[in-house]
Design a protein around this ligand. Structure first.
Ligand code: GLC
Length: 484
């Protein structure tokens, strides 16, 4: 797993032992004080019920004509109306931007068979925080290199773009970025159409015959990719650098729907649920650590729910708790390290690694993480406490995400729904799946059934599938025009 969430600055260094209170040696007293500090992460069932209520209220506000303007959870209609039927075919390019990496993919669809070749390109920090022109020129450069390497220079290829940020779509191939999330902040892109920016950059680069036919969110990619083989699939969920979900909604519930009402009378809604809580709706459960993470992020006040759940932030929450315990004389004999006091240096992958230590007697992974962080003064009891911190923070994240999924399942009221899940957090955390299954089960209405399925490479395959459908429609329209 790549390391998520490198924050940009480091916090005050060098205060390693000076600020430490008395070291607590009595085991019982130590346990009592540790539990006290960790209490805010242990939430009663009623708190998760309340999260479901708040989530539903926010979903409805986002869907409502008169309430959408002020809604934080935007519930964007995606213009993706039908799931694939397995007859899609041809060669497609796909782009995947929005996680830890940028990828270009070449995908061959042939019924149920899907062949993919892909290459990862790095987006350097200065581009993530630079201008939109720089970002899209870089993307065009990468496409160019990829096409050259795959001897596709003179081919005319349709392209699907998985762009995993909140976009107001005006059609399948028109998507205006509303606000950057996660680690991106490129000037001059918010409010603009992503497809125009991409096409302009491709034109500037010259010598490429690429047309972007569809922009999709990664949640939609996950859903489409699973739906290709599982007709019950109705929800796409990402638990990676960020978190978000999409689902299939009946058109009659989408008050802002402005296109046709032809069959199928449904559309995929990109909820952008990461923004839940941006108006204070989650203040009843927010901790001092969540506030700290938010305050020091590049989008303070935004994506509050996302910051309690996803991979970009989870490691940092754990780090803050460990630091608090240390400063209270409850960990590492009060001695930290420059690494442990550096913002963003405790990666979310460490949480997964520490929690994979099932055999308490050796704590192999936990000790390895401590060594990587240059911590020298630790005992098995410190390992036990660190494991406990990680498991409470990740359990809260899994339960919060479960509240979101349960709300969607309850709202959809379909008897059987498969949820397509992707993202590094879900993929690599040893217990996230089980924690979610257990909690969702508790929160859904009796009689509803669900499955959480790992979606493989939805961002690539999903974009190709949507582009394939768009391409077919385009060719049918051209054919019709020439016949008229
Ligand atoms: C952020 C983005 C959203 C994306 C999610 C997962 O929440 O705003 O569009 O789906 O991250 O990548």
């Amino acid at each position: 797993m790549t390391s998520h969430g490198k924050f940009r600055s480091s916090s005050g260094k060098g205060s390693r032992r000076s600020s430490v209170k008395k070291i607590v040696t009595d085991p019982k007293e130590r346990q009592r004080l540790v539990e006290n500090i960790l209490k805010p992460f242990i939430l009663e069932d009623s708190v998760y019920d309340k999260v479901c209520d708040v989530m539903l209220d926010n979903f409805n506000k986002g869907l409502g004509k008169d309430t959408n303007a002020d809604a934080r959870v935007k519930m964007f209609p995606t213009y993706v109306r039908s799931v694939p039927n397995g007859t899609e075919e041809g060669n497609f390019l796909a782009l995947d931007l929005g996680g830890t990496n940028f990828r270009v993919l070449l995908i061959n669809l042939n019924g149920q068979e899907v062949d993919m070749e892909s290459k990862i390109y790095l987006i350097p920090q200065h581009i993530m925080l630079g201008t939109g022109v720089q970002l899209f020129d870089h993307i065009a450069d990468c496409i160019y290199k990829f096409m050259k390497e795959h001897k596709l220079e003179n081919k005319k290829l349709p392209l699907g773009f998985t762009f995993s940020f909140p976009c107001k779509q005006l059609g399948l191939a028109e998507a205006h970025l509303t606000t950057w999330t996660k680690g991106f902040k490129c000037e001059g892109v918010e409010g603009k159409d992503i497809v125009t920016l991409l096409h302009d950059a491709i034109k500037r680069k010259g010598d490429m015959h690429v047309e972007c036919l569809a922009v999709i969110n990664d949640t939609v990619g996950a859903l489409m990719s699973c739906a290709h083989s599982d007709r019950q699939c109705g929800i796409g969920l990402i638990l990676g650098t960020g978190t978000n979900a999409c689902y299939i909604e009946r058109l009659e519930n989408v008050e802002l729907w402005d296109a046709d009402y032809e069959e199928p009378k449904q559309v995929i809604i990109n909820t952008e649920w990461g923004a839940l809580g941006d108006n204070g709706d989650l203040d009843f459960l927010i901790t001092e650590y969540d506030k700290h993470v938010d305050k020091h992020s590049i989008n303070a006040g935004k994506q509050i729910y996302e910051k309690m759940i996803s991979g970009m932030y989870m490691g940092e929450i754990v780090r803050l708790v460990l630091e608090k315990l240390r400063k209270n004389g409850l960990l590492f004999n009060g001695k930290g390290s420059e690494e442990l006091s550096t913002r963003g240096r405790f990666y979310t992958k460490y949480v997964s690694e520490i929690e994979s230590d099932v055999d308490e007697s050796d704590f192999k992974s936990t000790k390895q993480v401590f060594d990587e962080l240059n911590l020298t003064d630790y005992t098995d009891q410190d390992c036990r406490i660190a494991l406990h911190v990680c498991s409470l923070v990740s359990k809260r994240a899994a339960y919060l995400a479960s509240a979101g999924i349960a709300t969607l399942l309850n709202k959809m009221e379909r008897k059987d729904v498969s949820v397509a899940v992707d993202g590094s957090l879900y993929r690599f955390h040893p217990h996230f799946h089980d924690l979610m299954v257990e909690k969702i089960q508790k929160l859904i209405k009796p009689g509803l059934r669900f499955k959480l399925m790992l979606s493989h490479d939805g961002s690539g395959k999903g974009a190709a599938l949507v582009a394939a459908v768009a391409n077919r429609l385009k060719e049918e329209a051209l054919q019709k025009n020439s016949e008229d």
